[in-house]
Design a protein around this ligand. Structure first.
Ligand code: GRF
Length: 212
């Protein structure tokens, strides 16, 4: 079995769904850059080992990344999952964890990389929005896509309402992606991810729906 490290910065709802998913992992460790992250309490209440590497204790990104990598490497993880981890990680961090570092992003990448994805999606008037789990590369919110979920954007949506609809799907796709990784079912070829034995359905999603 493989070992998993989850990196968080705040609320930790994606981390919680990973902890609740009964994943086939030998060990799970949660690390936060923020000592006040509420996700830390959730992890501790589940008797999961936690660590804090507070970015404010380091003079620059490089030294923080190095301290974080040292803490992660001490856990000897097969997979590092960013779950609402709100620090940008440098190139050498990304290449150190190449093909074993994944992230969940609240948009259908490559659309809306970066912050405030729901507000920007509403402003652009897109009719379908969603979330993506992807391998992390040195390019922010890029990298081979493992799974995406799409949701409709409704006429009366606020950023908060849309975020809540997307978050529900984040909680479905992240445990699935991590499980596939831990079960050795992902293959990376030419920056694309193949998933062994996933049944692909040939259904379109229309938003708004077509006239009958
Ligand atoms: C999620 O929407 C995630 O996609 C984004 O930040 C949010 C974190 O939420 N990167 P949580 O801490 O997992 O509840």
């Amino acid at each position: 079995m493989k070992s998993l490290v989850i990196l968080i910065s705040g609320r930790g709802s994606n981390m919680q769904t990973l902890l609740d998913a009964k994943l086939p992992a030998k060990t799970i460790t949660v690390i936060s850059n923020n000592p006040a992250a509420t996700g830390l309490e959730i992890a501790r209440s589940r008797h999961i080992q936690t660590h804090v590497v507070d970015h404010r204790a380091y003079p620059d990104r490089e030294t923080f990344d190095a301290a974080l990598a040292e803490k992660i490497d001490a856990c000897q993880p097969d997979l590092v999952a960013l779950a609402g981890f709100m620090r940008i990680l440098g190139d050498s961090f990304a290449s150190h964890y190449q093909n074993r570092l994944i992230n969940i992003h609240p948009s259908l990448l490559p659309a809306f990389s970066g912050l405030n994805t729901h507000t920007r999606a509403l402003k652009e008037g897109v009719k379908i929005h969603g979330c993506t789990v992807h391998f992390v590369t040195s390019q922010l919110d890029h990298g081979p896509i493992i799974i995406q979920a799409a949701v409709p954007v409704l006429p009366e949506d606020t950023p908060e309402a849309l975020a809540a609809r997307v978050l529900q799907q984040e909680h479905r796709i992240y445990p699935q992606a991590v499980r596939w990784f831990l079960e050795d079912r992902l293959t990376l070829t030419n920056s694309c991810v193949e998933i062994r034995a996933a049944a692909i359905e040939n259904h379109a999603l229309y938003s708004p729906p077509l006239d009958q």
